[in-house]
Each structure stands twice: as C-alpha cells, then as structure tokens.
Design a protein around this ligand. Sequence first.
Ligand code: NAD
Ligand code: IPM
Ligand code: MN
Length: 367
Amino acid sequence: ETTLKFSVLAGDYIGPEVMRSALRVLEKVAAQEGLKLDYSEHAVGGCAIDAHGTALPEATLTACEAADAILFGSVGGPKWESLPPKEQPERAALLPLRKHFTLFANIRPGLLYPELREASPLKNERIPEGIDIVCIRELTGGIYFGQPKRTTLLNGGTDVESVDTMIYRKSEIERITEVAITAARSRKRRLCSVDKANVLETSVLWRKTVSDYVAANAPDIELSHMLVDNAAMQLVRDPGQFDVFVTENMFGDILSDEMAVICGSLGMLSSASLGARKNTLGLPYGLYEPAGGTAPDIAGKGIANPCAQILSGALMLRYSFGLEDAATRIERAVREVVASGTRTGDIAFGRTAVGTEQMTEKILGAL
Ligand code: NAD
Ligand code: IPM
Ligand code: MN
C-alpha cells in the first residue's frame, strides 16, 4: 500500500474553505485506489502570526521537511496588511518556503474547457476549442528576491527611496528553460519565451540564454521570443497561438492571472512548484497551490471555487507521487461537473451558482 505523506498548509481566508474540499477529494481517491493518506495540518500565514507570532513557525517548516510534498492554500489579506511589510504572510511565509525548498519552477496550466467558454471574457469565436496553455514561471529569482531590497529616508526624512533589485544568473535561466523544454516536449513542442529584452539587462541575458540552451539541447523545439507587453496583448487577442510559455518571476505572476481569467476564473487555476529536490519516493518534492489568493472579498461565505485547490491536489499526485491515473481521474471529474453546469459564482455566468460545499459534493460524486 502506497502512503502519501504530505503536509497541509491551508492558510488564511478562503484557504481553509477550499482546502477542506481538496482533502475530501484526495480522501475519496485514496479510498478508491487503495492509497493511504498520511498528512498533517500546520499553521502558516496570518493565522500563524495570530497563533504563534510568526508566519512560518519552525514546527511547520520541520513538518514540510519530513513530508514528500506540501499542499498549500493561500496566505495574507487585510488583517495583516498593517504589519511591517517583511513580516506579512506573503513575504514571511510563502516566499521563504519557495526559497527554502528551491522551488524554482512554477507550472500553471491554463486550461479552458470548451464547455466553459461562456465563462471566458473573450469572445467565444476567438476560442473555438477552448484554451490550453502552460505557463512556466521562474519562481525563486528576479525582482522578488534580488538584494538590495530596502526603503531609506532621504533629505532628513522629507523624501523616501525604495529599491528592489532584479537579478538573474545564466544557471538559473538554464534550469527553468530545461523545465520548459520538458513541458513543451509533452505537448506541441512550441515554446515562447517572454521577456523585456528591449529594456532590461536581465532580459537580454534571459533571451540569449534561452536561445543558446534550446539550440544546443532541444533542436526539436520550436522556440520564439516575445516582449512581455506584447505577450499580455497577444494572450487576449489570440490565446491559441501559445502552447508553452516561459518567463521570469514577476512577468509570470502577472501573465498567469491574465491567463487564468481568459480560462474562466482565477478560481480554476492550479499550480505546481518544483525544484531539484527529490522526495523519499525519488520523485520531485513540490509545493502545490492555487494561483489565486485568499479572496478576502468572498471569504466566510462558502462560495469560493474549490477547483483550483482540488486540481492542485491532482498535480501533487501526478508530480510528487507518480500517480498519473489518479490525477487524471480528479481532473476528469472536475471537468465533468463544470461541463454539466454545476458552477460556483465566479464561473456561473447566468446560471444558478452553487456553493463550495455543493460543488465539492458533485465532484466527489463524479469520481
Ligand atoms: P485574490 O486572488 O485573492 O482575489 C482576486 C479576485 O479573484 C477576487 O475577486 C476573488 O474573490 C477572486 N477569486 C480568487 N480565488 C477565487 C476562488 N477560488 N473562487 C472564486 N473567486 C476567487 O487576489 P487579491 O485580492 O489581490 O489578494 C488577496 C490576498 O491574497 C492578498 O493578501 C494577496 O497577497 C494574497 N495572495 C496570496 C496568494 C498565495 O498565498 N498563494 C496568491 C495571491 C494572492
Ligand atoms: C502568486 C502570488 C504570490 C506571488 C504572492 C502572494 C507572493 O501572487 O503565487 O501568484 O506573487 O508569487
Ligand atoms: Mn499572483
């Protein structure tokens, strides 16, 4: 009997609401497939600040160290926005977790089922077959982590200066390119690298490194380059032109939210964050989380879309536990339920919306 050992970090606002759904789905799949779930829940983010005085308690990190994967919810929100910026949940818990486990590759599947086309803000004639794009976002470099990062008072306090630093090394670009090549090889072998090489030094290095690396190691891949402003525009103009795109940390953050909404809703976008580290099964250690945040505007109402969290659980089964069939079954069940018209408010568009609980029940039923 295979044991799935993972730690559950639900976080804040809708985090615990959608995590409950994901765990129910995983429990059901495990029962069906004869798998044993061995997970424990740990405090992270704002609720960890409230309970333990720190967004990433030592015990949480220790539990993640001992696990084969992390299933993550979302952290942060208005309740902690008055804290010093460095102590807020996003910067004190999520970013350190990504860095600690060197989770440099963030995979975000932008999938719009044809049955959900009406939920896309794009005109349906632009997306006759739905949308199927993969965003590969570099996750541990760039302007998120570069030093110096500081705020200083100037002129005796009459002015203020803040600095963030965007840094990339060739080696960091090569390793994310490798992940993008692997993703492209499992699909249409078309890779678009997105940068700002007309302005940024890091982007000049990015473009040259991706070009050289693909030329030397993946001549079977059709590589193109696009400036990020154009990419933002092309995504809404004609998403069908993209297969896999790879980009640096902040561009990927922004473009993936855009990708999410043209695919129906941020509440549908799952993600896998992987690195070089292997788990005890010899498979990639990973952190799996919805791309969206804690949605404070809808938290506590029982109406959040649980699909991104459920699908993140499926990605965990696929990448960190090698359970392709179980992952596919979850993905099929989600698609079937959405296609049948059972939908939370964010994707309902004129239909009667169901709540998180009812959506989850339907998905459990479809498994
Ligand atoms: P958000 O992603 O939380 O919400 C943006 C919009 O999308 C909101 O209208 C929200 O209701 C909607 N939405 C998001 N997920 C949804 C779901 N599952 N179902 C239905 N609707 C959904 O972004 P925000 O409002 O800018 O950020 C809120 C907080 O979340 C901030 O503190 C931010 O830093 C944090 N955040 C955390 C993560 C993370 O932990 N991974 C990711 C993004 C944002
Ligand atoms: C995401 C989020 C995070 C990011 C925040 C919460 C730090 O927006 O995962 O997309 O910017 O990476
Ligand atoms: Mn984001």
